[in-house]
Each structure stands twice: as structure tokens, then as C-alpha cells.
Design a protein around this ligand. Structure first.
Ligand code: IMP
Length: 175
């Protein structure tokens, strides 16, 4: 059990469970991308730990960059607009794998993916450590999913509650 600010969290996924699953995902990626050289685009801040552990397990040639996404309200008809900060790489003709910590409503990626598609990568896949299927409102095809979890707030292993908890090695669920 950990306490962050006013909230109590119970252990949900142990470090061992997480690392075992991350390894399984990297085995699948090694197989799917054999002979290719994908560019991993990890979305900050939450995905830094997952991206590092996943990347360490790769045996294929691969590149990695980190970006931040900023969302703001566009004109009424367009809703939320998502822009990326730090994507200097030219992704035209490349095999891209987006690395996310968690897909909740799916809104962020749903709004961001068309921007990447516009730059005509050769392929575009998504790897997310966590997915809350019950919370997902925006359609997304998720290619590599670590764990499907219930619609409850979680922290640890990169994920935060108001800036804290990212350093925890395990994933904790709100009590
Ligand atoms: P979405 O756009 O609703 O899919 O939200 C995705 C982002 O919301 C993630 O990248 C996280 O930063 C944040 N988020 C969603 N659920 C949680 C959670 O349970 N714990 C911590 N952050 C979360």
C-alpha cells in the first residue's frame, strides 16, 4: 500500500509481472520487425520507463525518440487539437511504433494519429503498456497491449498522480 497526497493505492502489478510481460511484447516486436528498422516514438512523460525496458529487450535494429503531446481546444467544429513537441525525425517511409503508457479514453492518440499518417510513414503501430477497454470512447487499433485493466486510476512505473508516483517499480491501483 502507498499513499500519495490524500489517496491510498494498493499493489496491482508487481515489478516481476510487468517485466515478464514487457519481455513478451519485445519478443513479438523482434519477430514482427525482423529485417526492418522501426522508429519507436515514445510519448512523454508517462512512457519513459516502459519505453526503456521494452527497448532494452530488442535484438533488431531500432531507433527511439521521445515526444510530448500538447492538446488544446481548436475551433468548435474540430474539438481537441493535439500537436507534438520534439518530433524532429522525418517519418516518411519509416516503420513507426508509438509507445504509450496507458490508453484510457483513447482521445489523445485518436486525435494525434492522423497528423502522423499525414507524413506518410510506411507503417504505424501502437504499443501501450496498459489499456482500459471500458473507458475507451475513441476507436483505436492497439497492436501491442501489455495489460488490459479495469477503469480504475493507477500509478507507478512511469504513471503519475499529479506529478508523483512515477518512480515506483510496481503499478498501484486506487483503493
Ligand atoms: P486518453 O487520451 O484518455 O487515452 O489518456 C491518455 C493519458 O491520460 C495517458 O497517457 C496518461 O497520461 C493519462 N492517464 C489516463 N489514465 C491514467 C491513470 O489511470 N493513471 C495515470 N495517468 C492516466
Amino acid at each position: 500500500m502507498v499513499t500519495i497526497y490524500d489517496k491510498k493505492f494498493d499493489t496491482y502489478l508487481s515489478e516481476e509481472t510487468i517485466l515478464k510481460r514487457v519481455k513478451e511484447l519485445s519478443v513479438a516486436i523482434n519477430k514482427d520487425y525482423e529485417g526492418k528498422r522501426p522508429l519507436f516514438i515514445a510519448i512523454l512523460n508517462g512512457s519513459f520507463m516502459f519505453a526503456a525496458d521494452l527497448f532494452k529487450q530488442l535484438s533488431i535494429e531500432a531507433e527511439l525518440c521521445f515526444i510530448k503531446l500538447a492538446s488544446y481546444d481548436g475551433m468548435k467544429s474540430t474539438g481537441k487539437v493535439v500537436t507534438s513537441i520534439g518530433l524532429e525525425e522525418d517519418i516518411f517511409g519509416k516503420d513507426i511504433i508509438i509507445v504509450e503508457d496507458i490508453v484510457d479514453t483513447g482521445r489523445t492518440l485518436h486525435n494525434f494519429l492522423p497528423k502522423l499518417q499525414h507524413q506518410q510513414p510506411k507503417s504505424l503501430k501502437i504499443a501501450t503498456l496498459l489499456h482500459k477497454p471500458e473507458a475507451t470512447e475513441f476507436p483505436l487499433e492497439l497492436d501491442y497491449v501489455g495489460f488490459e485493466i479495469p477503469k480504475k486510476f493507477v500509478v507507478g512505473y512511469g504513471l503519475d498522480y499529479d506529478g508523483l508516483g512515477r518512480n515506483l517499480k510496481e503499478i498501484y491501483q486506487l483503493v
